[in-house]
Design a protein around this ligand. Sequence first.
Ligand SMILES: C[S@@+](CC[C@H](N)C(=O)[O-])C[C@H]1O[C@@H](n2cnc3c(N)ncnc32)[C@H](O)[C@@H]1O
Length: 208
Amino acid sequence: MTVTERIDFGSLTIAFDDRVLRPREWTAAQSRWAADLIATAADGPVLELCAGAGHIGLLAVAASERRLVCVDASAVACDYARANAQAAGMAERVEVRESRLEEALRPDEQFPVVIADPPWVPREETGRYPEDPLTAIDGGDDGLDVARACLAVIADHLSPGGSAVLQVGTREQTDVLRAEPCFADGRLAMIEVRQEARGVLARIDRVG
Ligand SMILES: C[S@@+](CC[C@H](N)C(=O)[O-])C[C@H]1O[C@@H](n2cnc3c(N)ncnc32)[C@H](O)[C@@H]1O
């Protein structure tokens, strides 16, 4: 039987169940970094890719009046993201799109800040996390399949002068991602990498 749990995440109370990834306390650092960027970003909505129950994006925009577009392929995750937005009093400015991220956006959509939290566990290591839904953690052979897809979306939809905060598992993974075409062709630059408690955050700016 599925049981809805609730946890505190920063100033928010987040509902979820075992069909989605349990919110990880340390990921509030991604919300805080995004919130810092949002404070000085150009006007426009914030995009969250791989939003799950929505807590990272919701906390990032909570202190602002920004609109938030959450994207996730899981119907259950999207239902929780909508419910969590409602519980936080943000339903009117949060849009949740149930879609693969590769198909979620119109070609003309631009965002001054993007948050991305793709699955990043290498496929052969996913057995170490039996309680986590496979679709939330399986990042393919090197753990970076969905992260690469996020970078492609960021390259196309991050506004000029905008910034993204991408979560992966290790610094080595950020080094691998630096070889992606969006960096080599000068559209994006990875300008800072932070080691957090159980993962790594990378700030990626639109430079071209
Ligand atoms: C690591 S979880 C992160 C969820 C949430 N941000 C959190 O911290 O709990 C990754 C999420 O990406 C979603 N996902 C995986 N592949 C996707 C894709 N191609 N398009 C959209 N969402 C995807 C999964 O459904 C899952 O909710």
